[in-house]
Design a protein around this ligand. Structure first.
Ligand code: NAP
Ligand code: GDD
Length: 333
């Protein structure tokens, strides 16, 4: 007798992490459902790798009824809430809509979960941005000190998740993930902005790269490694919250240097510092202590920073060369 496969619902499936998590869960034998909005273009881009192998349901974290319907349709054993307004600068220009999606969206989803499938296990995509100004290394016991409306919204979502677990006994986990990147990273985030610019400069499509604060330090890992940790959290006997990080930190300047070296160029010849790209408040130094994840989940990252940047530059060299056949659009922020 064959048992029915486990079902998972992923919100934010069209994002960087959503596509890697969908691939990982399919490899584990899951039936994968994804929540997409009417304006998402799931057939394109990142989801091409899982096209035809996942079930898409329309819905929005802003709309409670759509979340209820998505849960009723997919009947998930596990729910991964990856949806958010996730770009930090936008959280200053749109603090209210950021809070509506990134904070209150989680309250809506948890309420829907409580009524439709209270037995389902729940993962909340929390972030090192919640630590903000706190001194490194940051661990599960480090007090939060957010430095952006995005960080503030994520703290609401984190505590909503913890409180749901404590109030109703839900198997709910908050994953405190440090920055993670890949060739599927949005082009507005600094790693992808840099690797794409390196590729375009090397191909003669762009001459310079404008950046803000190059002294900020981040603990950058690979998204492929990090989605495995999300899944591991939901396979434990007891729900807990975990920091997921590599424990290695680099400055933005070191990132830039690593990326330009991939094409044997000196970044000093191309990078322009632009005060307009500085943030109203900065997170200066993130480096995570993932001891709990290592000891309890058996998790450790496999892909190094240098290998990840090389993979991203190679991907952007290939895709920018292909795109060069088309009219060249101005680079994004
Ligand atoms: P991402 O690429 O920006 O993806 C965000 C996803 O959220 C997209 O699929 C987007 O869908 C969806 N979304 C936005 N508003 C929505 C709404 N109102 N209703 C439903 N879906 C909505 O983010 P990511 O890098 O994959 O990160 C995944 C999650 O982890 C996010 O919650 C992020 O805040 C968090 N996180 C990320 C990192 C990191 O370094 N990547 C670190 C810590 C935590 P459409 O674009 O199709 O509308
Ligand atoms: N985006 C961007 N663009 N960042 C720049 C630039 C630039 O031109 N120049 C310097 N930076 C600096 C930022 O000031 C910041 O210190 C650092 O590069 C990283 O910026 P992002 O790549 O935009 O990521 P983030 O750290 O603000 O946020 C990401 O990681 C969080 C986890 O810590 C996002 O993925 C968040 O959603 C996530 O929670």
């Amino acid at each position: 007798m064959t048992s029915e496969p486990k079902r998972a619902l992923i919100t934010g499936i069209t994002g960087q992490d959503g596509s890697y998590l969908a691939e990982w869960l399919l490899d584990q034998g899951y039936e994968v459902h994804g929540l997409v909005s009417r304006t998402s273009r799931p057939a394109l881009g990142r989801l091409a790798v899982v096209e035809g192998r996942i079930v898409l349901t329309t819905g929005d974290l802003l709309d409670q009824g759509s979340l209820v319907r998505a849960l009723e349709t997919s009947r998930p054993h596990e729910v991964y809430n990856l949806a958010a307004q996730s770009f930090v600068p936008t959280s200053w220009s749109e603090p209210v809509s950021t809070a509506e999606v990134t904070a209150l969206g989680v309250a809506r989803l948890l309420e829907a979960l409580r009524h439709v499938c209270p037995e389902a296990r729940f993962y909340q995509a929390s972030t090192s941005e919640m630590f903000g100004k706190a001194s490194p290394p940051q661990s599960e016991t480090t007090p939060f000190h957010p430095r952006s409306p995005y960080g503030v919204a994520k703290i609401y979502a984190h505590w909503a998740t913890v409180n749901h677990r404590e109030s109703y006994g839900t198997f709910a986990c908050s994953g405190l993930l440090f920055n993670h990147e890949s060739p599927r990273r949005g082009e507005e985030f600094v790693t992808r902005k840099v690797t794409r610019a390196v590729a375009r400069i090397h191909l003669g499509l762009q001459s310079d790269l404008r950046l803000g604060n190059m002294d900020a330090r981040r603990d950058w890992g690979h998204a492929k490694d990090f989605v495995r940790a999300m899944w591991l959290m939901l396979q434990q006997d007891e729900p807990r919250d975990y920091v997921i990080a590599t424990g290695v930190t680099h400055t933005v300047e070191q990132l830039v240097d690593t990326a330009f070296r991939c094409v044997d160029r000196d970044w000093h010849d191309h990078v322009v510092q632009d005060p307009a790209l500085l943030r109203p408040a900065e997170v200066d130094h993130l480096v995570g202590d993932a001891t709990r994840a290592r000891e309890e989940l058996g998790w450790a990252p496999k892909i190094t920073f240098a290998d990840m940047i090389r993979e991203m530059v190679d991907y952007d060299l290939a895709s920018c060369a292909r795109d060069a056949q088309l009219p060249v659009l101005p680079p994004t922020l």
